[in-house]
Design a protein around this ligand. Structure first.
Ligand code: SOE
Length: 378
């Protein structure tokens, strides 16, 4: 028998929707031991929160996150607000003894992230950061193949995350969704928003990153601020590229930009090992490309694995072989893994501590871009 778990979610934006959808679906497909109950939605904008509650089936509405944390009936707090609010809410939630799922990146910077890790570990509350791409079945399959040693020694890791939605100079900074362009709310630009995904996946698949050398650019230097109405300097990185060395001796190239005309969300990675290579593309997220040098040379070549069979990660919970799933399912898998782990008293990654490793790489990348030198990851 499953037990109910009361969720209080903060933030009615894009991520609030992906997480709410996951809580609604997870029990239906995974029959998790804990069954999420959408107890309360919280947003400063009362109208927005009411509409959201109606759309997703939340039982109640709060407009002050402190009130939500005071509520005895809330067991899991889900933080889906801009990055500059993660720290305060997460630390207060930990003190209140709540379990926490927090949107990525963990924090504005490493110092904040360290405080958050200390708070959840002191309180002993289950915690997870939403780096959802780990739980796309093809990406999890890549992890399994690497852990089985199929690639042999890894030489290269290559990842890009390309978008084009900020090219117009007329786009303001600040406010709904556009807070991602406001350095005070976001902490950084593509480094924290997009490369953080690539870094999380990379560390998970290929181990710790030791050192980096980076370059960044802010192409549009000033934008009107939605909240102040004034034209203000843009403090985020619009584009960032960096080289990295992994602790296992492999070399990496990472690139991200919001100025790659024609690309909406092209996240790809390729890993080249001594015996085999793997490649993945978010636009074709249910496929994993695999090349194995040990194959008979007459038929050797890149295979395109359609990750839908029941023995593939997560897929026995969905439809039948051949029928693929999509982006939103990565959040359902995240919720499933978290609820299973909590019920068993286990930990599942990426925890706040794991996400701090990603934050450290992001910070080293930004420092390297400023200094124009290689920087060791702290
Ligand atoms: C930004 O456009 C964004 O929505 C990120 O914030 C998400 O984390 C990424 O998955 C897609 O792009």
């Amino acid at each position: 028998m499953s037990k109910p778990l009361n969720v209080g979610l903060i933030g009615c934006g894009f991520m609030g929707r992906t997480h709410s959808n996951a809580y609604r679906k997870v029990y239906n497909f995974f029959r998790t031991p804990l069954r999420p109950v959408l107890k309360a939605i919280c947003d400063v904008n009362a109208d927005k929160a009411k509409t959201f509650a109606d759309t997703w089936g939340y039982e109640s509405v709060e407009t002050d996150w402190r009130k939500l944390l005071d509520r005895k009936d809330i067991e899991l707090v889900d933080i889906c607000v801009p990055n500059n609010m993660h720290k305060e809410i997460a630390i207060a939630a930990a003190k209140a003894g709540k379990m926490i799922i927090c949107e990525k990146p963990l924090a504005l910077n490493v110092a904040e992230g360290q405080e958050m890790v200390a708070a959840v570990e002191k309180a002993g509350v289950p915690n997870l950061v939403s780096f959802n791409y780990r739980r796309v079945p093809a990406v999890t399959l890549a992890k399994n193949l690497i852990d089985q040693g199929r690639l042999g020694r890894i030489f290269h890791y290559r990842a890009v995350f390309l978008q084009d939605w900020t090219i117009s100079a007329d786009l303001p900074q600040g406010g709904d969704a556009l807070w991602r362009l406001d350095v005070k709310a976001a902490g950084s630009g593509v480094t924290g928003d997009l490369l953080a995904h690539c870094i999380d996946t990379a560390i998970w698949l290929n181990g710790p990153i030791k050192s980096v050398t980076a370059m960044t650019e802010t192409f549009i230097k000033e934008r009107k601020h939605t909240q102040t109405g004034k034209v203000e300097a843009v403090g985020i990185d619009d584009a960032c590229a960096f080289l990295a060395r992994f602790a296992n001796g492999s070399l990496a190239v990472f690139e991200s930009t919001r100025y790659a005309r024609g690309h909406k969300a092209l996240y790809t990675f390729e890993i080249n090992g001594e015996k085999a290579s793997i490649a993945w593309d978010l636009h074709d997220l249910h496929r994993l490309s695999y090349f194995d040098h040990r194959d008979d040379s007459l038929v050797r070549g890149w295979r395109s694995i359609h990750v839908t069979d029941g023995d593939m990660p997560y897929m026995n919970k969905w439809w039948v072989p051949g029928l693929q799933i999509g982006y939103e399912h990565s959040f359902v898998h995240q919720a499933a893994d978290f609820l299973e782990a909590v019920a068993k008293g286990q930990t599942v990654g990426p925890t706040f501590r794991d996400a701090l490793d990603t934050q450290k790489v992001c910070e080293a990348v930004l420092e390297s871009a400023r200094k124009g030198t290689w920087v060791d990851v702290a």
